[in-house]
Write a protein that binds this ligand. Structure first.
Ligand SMILES: [Zn+2]
Length: 367
Protein backbone atom coordinates (compact mmCIF):
# COMPACT_ATOMS: atom_id res chain seq x y z
CA UNK A 1 0.00 0.00 0.00
CA UNK A 2 1.26 3.43 -0.93
CA UNK A 3 0.38 6.69 0.76
CA UNK A 4 -1.02 7.86 -2.55
CA UNK A 5 -3.49 5.02 -3.06
CA UNK A 6 -6.68 6.67 -4.22
CA UNK A 7 -10.32 6.26 -5.07
CA UNK A 8 -11.47 7.98 -8.26
CA UNK A 9 -14.90 9.51 -8.82
CA UNK A 10 -15.05 8.18 -12.38
CA UNK A 11 -18.08 10.07 -13.69
CA UNK A 12 -16.63 13.33 -12.44
CA UNK A 13 -13.38 12.64 -14.33
CA UNK A 14 -15.11 11.46 -17.51
CA UNK A 15 -17.09 14.71 -17.68
CA UNK A 16 -13.99 16.91 -17.31
CA UNK A 17 -13.61 18.87 -20.51
CA UNK A 18 -10.07 19.92 -19.71
CA UNK A 19 -8.81 16.35 -20.14
CA UNK A 20 -8.34 15.16 -23.72
CA UNK A 21 -10.25 14.50 -25.90
CA UNK A 22 -11.92 17.90 -26.13
CA UNK A 23 -15.63 17.27 -26.24
CA UNK A 24 -18.63 18.38 -24.23
CA UNK A 25 -19.71 14.76 -23.73
CA UNK A 26 -18.26 12.41 -21.13
CA UNK A 27 -15.44 10.19 -22.36
CA UNK A 28 -14.09 7.03 -20.77
CA UNK A 29 -10.72 7.77 -22.38
CA UNK A 30 -10.23 10.63 -19.91
CA UNK A 31 -10.15 8.17 -17.04
CA UNK A 32 -7.16 6.35 -18.52
CA UNK A 33 -5.28 9.62 -18.99
CA UNK A 34 -5.92 10.56 -15.40
CA UNK A 35 -4.91 7.23 -13.86
CA UNK A 36 -1.78 7.13 -16.04
CA UNK A 37 -0.84 10.62 -14.87
CA UNK A 38 -1.41 9.73 -11.20
CA UNK A 39 0.67 6.56 -11.43
CA UNK A 40 3.31 8.41 -13.41
CA UNK A 41 3.70 10.84 -10.51
CA UNK A 42 3.21 8.56 -7.53
CA UNK A 43 4.43 5.17 -8.73
CA UNK A 44 3.20 2.40 -10.99
CA UNK A 45 2.26 0.30 -7.97
CA UNK A 46 -0.15 2.91 -6.59
CA UNK A 47 -3.63 1.39 -6.24
CA UNK A 48 -6.57 3.26 -7.75
CA UNK A 49 -10.13 2.23 -7.00
CA UNK A 50 -12.48 3.34 -9.77
CA UNK A 51 -16.10 3.96 -8.78
CA UNK A 52 -18.66 4.88 -11.42
CA UNK A 53 -22.35 5.82 -11.56
CA UNK A 54 -24.35 3.27 -13.55
CA UNK A 55 -25.91 6.07 -15.55
CA UNK A 56 -22.58 7.01 -17.13
CA UNK A 57 -22.74 4.02 -19.48
CA UNK A 58 -25.59 5.61 -21.44
CA UNK A 59 -23.83 8.93 -21.77
CA UNK A 60 -20.41 7.92 -23.07
CA UNK A 61 -19.94 7.40 -26.82
CA UNK A 62 -21.37 4.10 -28.05
CA UNK A 63 -17.89 3.07 -29.15
CA UNK A 64 -16.66 3.13 -25.53
CA UNK A 65 -19.44 0.99 -24.05
CA UNK A 66 -17.74 -2.27 -24.81
CA UNK A 67 -14.68 -1.13 -22.86
CA UNK A 68 -16.93 0.11 -20.06
CA UNK A 69 -18.60 -3.32 -19.80
CA UNK A 70 -15.28 -5.11 -19.91
CA UNK A 71 -13.94 -2.99 -17.05
CA UNK A 72 -17.05 -3.66 -14.97
CA UNK A 73 -16.82 -7.42 -15.59
CA UNK A 74 -13.16 -7.56 -14.68
CA UNK A 75 -13.86 -5.68 -11.46
CA UNK A 76 -11.70 -2.77 -12.54
CA UNK A 77 -14.72 -0.47 -12.43
CA UNK A 78 -17.03 -0.57 -9.42
CA UNK A 79 -20.40 0.15 -11.02
CA UNK A 80 -23.04 1.45 -8.58
CA UNK A 81 -26.28 3.44 -8.80
CA UNK A 82 -24.84 6.40 -6.90
CA UNK A 83 -21.07 6.67 -6.69
CA UNK A 84 -20.45 9.51 -4.21
CA UNK A 85 -21.25 7.64 -0.97
CA UNK A 86 -19.28 4.61 -2.17
CA UNK A 87 -16.28 6.80 -2.98
CA UNK A 88 -16.42 8.39 0.46
CA UNK A 89 -16.97 5.12 2.32
CA UNK A 90 -13.95 3.52 0.64
CA UNK A 91 -11.83 6.59 1.30
CA UNK A 92 -12.93 6.75 4.93
CA UNK A 93 -12.42 3.08 5.70
CA UNK A 94 -9.10 2.67 3.96
CA UNK A 95 -7.55 6.11 4.29
CA UNK A 96 -7.44 6.62 0.50
CA UNK A 97 -6.96 9.88 -1.36
CA UNK A 98 -10.01 11.05 -3.32
CA UNK A 99 -9.73 12.26 -6.92
CA UNK A 100 -12.81 14.36 -7.73
CA UNK A 101 -13.86 17.94 -8.32
CA UNK A 102 -16.99 17.35 -6.30
CA UNK A 103 -16.97 19.14 -2.94
CA UNK A 104 -19.47 16.56 -1.58
CA UNK A 105 -21.41 19.29 0.22
CA UNK A 106 -24.59 17.22 0.41
CA UNK A 107 -22.68 14.40 2.13
CA UNK A 108 -20.76 16.46 4.71
CA UNK A 109 -23.16 15.53 7.50
CA UNK A 110 -23.03 11.84 6.72
CA UNK A 111 -19.25 11.75 6.32
CA UNK A 112 -18.21 14.06 9.11
CA UNK A 113 -14.49 13.39 8.57
CA UNK A 114 -14.36 15.16 5.21
CA UNK A 115 -13.77 18.67 6.52
CA UNK A 116 -10.91 17.52 8.73
CA UNK A 117 -9.22 15.70 5.86
CA UNK A 118 -9.14 18.34 3.13
CA UNK A 119 -5.59 17.38 2.18
CA UNK A 120 -6.82 14.00 0.92
CA UNK A 121 -9.02 15.49 -1.82
CA UNK A 122 -7.44 16.13 -5.22
CA UNK A 123 -8.44 18.07 -8.30
CA UNK A 124 -6.38 18.15 -11.50
CA UNK A 125 -5.04 20.72 -13.94
CA UNK A 126 -4.46 19.99 -17.59
CA UNK A 127 -1.04 21.15 -18.72
CA UNK A 128 0.94 20.67 -21.86
CA UNK A 129 2.42 17.24 -21.47
CA UNK A 130 -0.11 15.91 -18.98
CA UNK A 131 -1.98 16.45 -15.77
CA UNK A 132 -0.90 17.68 -12.40
CA UNK A 133 -2.83 17.31 -9.16
CA UNK A 134 -3.79 20.04 -6.71
CA UNK A 135 -5.92 20.20 -3.54
CA UNK A 136 -9.60 20.27 -4.51
CA UNK A 137 -10.30 22.96 -1.92
CA UNK A 138 -12.56 21.32 0.65
CA UNK A 139 -13.46 23.99 3.22
CA UNK A 140 -15.92 23.79 6.12
CA UNK A 141 -19.46 24.96 5.33
CA UNK A 142 -22.35 25.78 7.63
CA UNK A 143 -25.15 23.36 8.38
CA UNK A 144 -27.54 25.47 6.35
CA UNK A 145 -25.41 25.23 3.22
CA UNK A 146 -25.28 21.46 3.72
CA UNK A 147 -29.06 21.36 4.10
CA UNK A 148 -29.56 23.24 0.86
CA UNK A 149 -27.24 20.87 -0.97
CA UNK A 150 -28.95 17.83 0.53
CA UNK A 151 -32.30 19.19 -0.44
CA UNK A 152 -31.23 19.87 -4.00
CA UNK A 153 -29.97 16.31 -4.38
CA UNK A 154 -33.19 14.92 -2.89
CA UNK A 155 -35.36 16.99 -5.18
CA UNK A 156 -33.42 15.70 -8.17
CA UNK A 157 -33.42 12.10 -6.94
CA UNK A 158 -37.13 12.07 -6.16
CA UNK A 159 -38.04 13.75 -9.43
CA UNK A 160 -39.46 16.65 -7.43
CA UNK A 161 -37.59 19.43 -9.10
CA UNK A 162 -40.52 19.71 -11.43
CA UNK A 163 -42.89 20.15 -8.51
CA UNK A 164 -41.48 23.45 -7.42
CA UNK A 165 -44.54 25.01 -8.98
CA UNK A 166 -46.56 23.26 -6.27
CA UNK A 167 -44.30 24.77 -3.67
CA UNK A 168 -44.59 28.22 -5.18
CA UNK A 169 -48.25 28.46 -4.21
CA UNK A 170 -50.25 28.25 -1.03
CA UNK A 171 -53.04 25.70 -0.78
CA UNK A 172 -56.25 24.94 1.04
CA UNK A 173 -58.25 21.78 1.53
CA UNK A 174 -61.97 21.97 0.93
CA UNK A 175 -62.89 18.67 2.54
CA UNK A 176 -63.83 18.65 6.20
CA UNK A 177 -60.62 17.21 7.53
CA UNK A 178 -58.70 18.34 10.61
CA UNK A 179 -56.25 20.32 8.53
CA UNK A 180 -58.96 22.26 6.69
CA UNK A 181 -60.65 23.12 9.97
CA UNK A 182 -57.42 24.33 11.50
CA UNK A 183 -56.38 26.36 8.46
CA UNK A 184 -59.45 27.10 6.32
CA UNK A 185 -57.86 29.88 4.26
CA UNK A 186 -54.35 28.58 3.76
CA UNK A 187 -52.64 25.46 5.11
CA UNK A 188 -49.55 26.38 7.07
CA UNK A 189 -47.85 23.03 6.45
CA UNK A 190 -46.28 21.94 3.19
CA UNK A 191 -48.61 20.02 0.91
CA UNK A 192 -48.00 16.38 0.18
CA UNK A 193 -47.30 15.70 -3.48
CA UNK A 194 -48.51 12.76 -5.52
CA UNK A 195 -45.30 11.42 -6.93
CA UNK A 196 -46.76 10.30 -10.24
CA UNK A 197 -49.07 13.14 -11.12
CA UNK A 198 -47.47 15.97 -9.17
CA UNK A 199 -50.86 16.87 -7.68
CA UNK A 200 -50.63 18.65 -4.32
CA UNK A 201 -52.50 16.70 -1.66
CA UNK A 202 -53.79 17.51 1.80
CA UNK A 203 -51.05 16.93 4.39
CA UNK A 204 -53.63 15.40 6.75
CA UNK A 205 -52.87 11.67 6.67
CA UNK A 206 -56.54 10.82 6.97
CA UNK A 207 -57.53 13.12 4.13
CA UNK A 208 -54.97 13.25 1.33
CA UNK A 209 -57.46 14.86 -1.04
CA UNK A 210 -56.27 17.15 -3.85
CA UNK A 211 -55.85 20.73 -2.67
CA UNK A 212 -57.20 23.98 -4.05
CA UNK A 213 -54.79 26.73 -5.08
CA UNK A 214 -55.01 29.71 -2.73
CA UNK A 215 -52.58 32.03 -4.48
CA UNK A 216 -48.87 32.56 -4.99
CA UNK A 217 -46.58 31.89 -2.07
CA UNK A 218 -44.66 34.93 -0.92
CA UNK A 219 -40.97 34.64 -0.07
CA UNK A 220 -40.76 32.32 2.88
CA UNK A 221 -38.53 30.65 5.41
CA UNK A 222 -38.93 27.15 6.70
CA UNK A 223 -39.18 26.61 10.44
CA UNK A 224 -38.17 23.33 12.07
CA UNK A 225 -39.39 22.15 15.46
CA UNK A 226 -37.58 19.12 16.88
CA UNK A 227 -37.39 17.24 20.14
CA UNK A 228 -34.47 18.17 22.31
CA UNK A 229 -33.96 14.67 23.73
CA UNK A 230 -33.42 12.75 20.50
CA UNK A 231 -33.38 15.54 17.86
CA UNK A 232 -36.29 13.91 16.00
CA UNK A 233 -38.26 16.41 14.01
CA UNK A 234 -41.81 17.04 15.10
CA UNK A 235 -42.80 19.37 12.30
CA UNK A 236 -41.45 21.73 9.69
CA UNK A 237 -43.58 24.43 8.14
CA UNK A 238 -43.13 27.43 5.86
CA UNK A 239 -43.65 30.98 7.11
CA UNK A 240 -44.32 33.65 4.54
CA UNK A 241 -43.13 37.24 4.70
CA UNK A 242 -45.66 39.07 6.83
CA UNK A 243 -46.85 35.92 8.63
CA UNK A 244 -47.41 35.76 12.34
CA UNK A 245 -48.25 32.39 13.91
CA UNK A 246 -48.54 31.02 17.39
CA UNK A 247 -46.82 27.83 18.52
CA UNK A 248 -48.46 25.91 21.32
CA UNK A 249 -50.74 23.01 22.09
CA UNK A 250 -54.44 22.58 21.46
CA UNK A 251 -56.69 24.13 18.87
CA UNK A 252 -54.95 27.33 17.85
CA UNK A 253 -56.32 29.51 15.12
CA UNK A 254 -53.55 30.38 12.71
CA UNK A 255 -51.06 28.45 14.73
CA UNK A 256 -48.96 25.33 14.96
CA UNK A 257 -50.47 22.81 17.34
CA UNK A 258 -47.73 20.53 18.63
CA UNK A 259 -50.31 18.19 20.14
CA UNK A 260 -51.74 17.21 16.81
CA UNK A 261 -48.54 15.89 15.29
CA UNK A 262 -48.43 12.29 16.39
CA UNK A 263 -48.83 10.38 19.65
CA UNK A 264 -45.16 9.48 19.74
CA UNK A 265 -44.25 13.11 20.39
CA UNK A 266 -47.00 13.82 22.90
CA UNK A 267 -44.90 13.28 25.99
CA UNK A 268 -42.03 15.35 24.62
CA UNK A 269 -44.24 18.36 23.98
CA UNK A 270 -46.31 18.03 27.16
CA UNK A 271 -44.51 20.87 28.95
CA UNK A 272 -45.10 23.32 26.09
CA UNK A 273 -47.84 25.74 27.06
CA UNK A 274 -51.15 25.97 25.29
CA UNK A 275 -50.16 29.50 24.24
CA UNK A 276 -46.38 29.50 24.21
CA UNK A 277 -44.63 31.44 21.48
CA UNK A 278 -45.49 33.96 18.81
CA UNK A 279 -43.41 33.89 15.63
CA UNK A 280 -43.35 36.65 13.03
CA UNK A 281 -41.50 36.88 9.75
CA UNK A 282 -41.03 40.40 8.42
CA UNK A 283 -40.74 41.50 4.81
CA UNK A 284 -36.98 41.12 4.89
CA UNK A 285 -37.47 37.53 6.08
CA UNK A 286 -36.14 38.23 9.55
CA UNK A 287 -37.76 35.99 12.14
CA UNK A 288 -38.72 37.36 15.53
CA UNK A 289 -40.16 35.50 18.47
CA UNK A 290 -41.96 36.42 21.67
CA UNK A 291 -42.81 34.19 24.61
CA UNK A 292 -46.45 34.96 25.32
CA UNK A 293 -46.34 33.99 28.99
CA UNK A 294 -45.62 30.27 28.89
CA UNK A 295 -45.39 28.29 32.15
CA UNK A 296 -42.03 26.69 31.49
CA UNK A 297 -40.43 29.43 29.49
CA UNK A 298 -38.40 29.88 26.32
CA UNK A 299 -34.63 30.03 26.10
CA UNK A 300 -32.55 31.66 23.40
CA UNK A 301 -29.28 30.12 22.25
CA UNK A 302 -27.25 32.43 20.02
CA UNK A 303 -24.86 30.98 17.50
CA UNK A 304 -21.27 32.08 18.05
CA UNK A 305 -18.57 31.19 15.53
CA UNK A 306 -17.89 27.83 17.16
CA UNK A 307 -21.31 26.68 18.19
CA UNK A 308 -24.38 27.55 20.19
CA UNK A 309 -23.91 29.72 23.25
CA UNK A 310 -25.36 29.22 26.71
CA UNK A 311 -29.14 29.44 26.88
CA UNK A 312 -30.71 32.66 28.13
CA UNK A 313 -34.29 32.62 29.33
CA UNK A 314 -36.55 35.19 27.71
CA UNK A 315 -38.71 37.41 29.86
CA UNK A 316 -42.41 37.07 29.21
CA UNK A 317 -43.31 39.41 26.38
CA UNK A 318 -39.69 40.06 25.39
CA UNK A 319 -39.24 40.06 21.65
CA UNK A 320 -36.04 38.72 20.09
CA UNK A 321 -34.85 38.61 16.51
CA UNK A 322 -33.26 35.37 15.44
CA UNK A 323 -30.23 35.16 13.23
CA UNK A 324 -30.46 32.13 11.01
CA UNK A 325 -28.37 29.67 13.06
CA UNK A 326 -29.84 30.71 16.44
CA UNK A 327 -32.17 28.38 18.30
CA UNK A 328 -35.03 28.68 20.73
CA UNK A 329 -35.78 26.02 23.34
CA UNK A 330 -39.39 25.77 24.47
CA UNK A 331 -40.03 24.41 27.96
CA UNK A 332 -36.59 22.80 27.93
CA UNK A 333 -38.00 20.11 25.65
CA UNK A 334 -38.47 21.37 22.12
CA UNK A 335 -36.01 23.15 19.82
CA UNK A 336 -37.15 25.65 17.19
CA UNK A 337 -34.89 26.93 14.42
CA UNK A 338 -34.85 28.21 10.86
CA UNK A 339 -34.05 25.49 8.33
CA UNK A 340 -31.52 25.82 5.55
CA UNK A 341 -34.14 24.21 3.34
CA UNK A 342 -36.76 26.11 1.47
CA UNK A 343 -38.75 23.18 0.14
CA UNK A 344 -39.49 19.90 1.80
CA UNK A 345 -42.85 18.66 0.83
CA UNK A 346 -44.11 15.31 1.83
CA UNK A 347 -44.00 12.83 -1.00
CA UNK A 348 -46.76 10.30 -1.47
CA UNK A 349 -45.64 7.02 -2.94
CA UNK A 350 -48.74 5.62 -4.63
CA UNK A 351 -47.65 1.99 -4.38
CA UNK A 352 -47.01 1.97 -0.68
CA UNK A 353 -50.56 1.75 0.62
CA UNK A 354 -50.82 4.11 3.51
CA UNK A 355 -47.06 3.98 3.63
CA UNK A 356 -47.08 2.70 7.16
CA UNK A 357 -45.30 5.94 7.77
CA UNK A 358 -47.05 7.33 10.78
CA UNK A 359 -45.29 10.64 10.62
CA UNK A 360 -44.60 11.02 6.91
CA UNK A 361 -46.98 13.90 6.63
CA UNK A 362 -44.92 16.00 8.89
CA UNK A 363 -41.46 15.06 9.90
CA UNK A 364 -38.55 13.30 8.34
CA UNK A 365 -35.22 13.53 10.08
CA UNK A 366 -33.47 16.09 7.96
CA UNK A 367 -32.21 19.58 8.49
ZN1 LIG B 1 -57.81 17.72 3.92
Amino acid sequence: MSGMDAVVDVSNVCWARDIEPRSSLPQLGRLRRLTDAWRGLYGAETRMELVVDQSLRHKIPAGERHEFDRMCQSGELVNVPYADPVVLSMAGERGLKVVSRDKFIDLRRRYGWIEGAAERFYDWRGESGGLRFVPSGIVPVSGQVVSQAEEKKELIRDGLRDHKDVLGFVWKCVSRCAVSQLWPERILLWPAVDRETGTPLCPDRNCRRPLVNAGARKPSRQIVIARRDNEREIVRFPLEAGDCVEVGRGALTHGINLDGLGDHHREAVAAVSRHHLLLALDDRLVLSARDVGSSHGTELRRWGGRGLGEPRRLAAGEEVRLNRPDQLVLAGAVVLRVSGRRYSPDVVYPDCGDGGGASTAFAEPNR
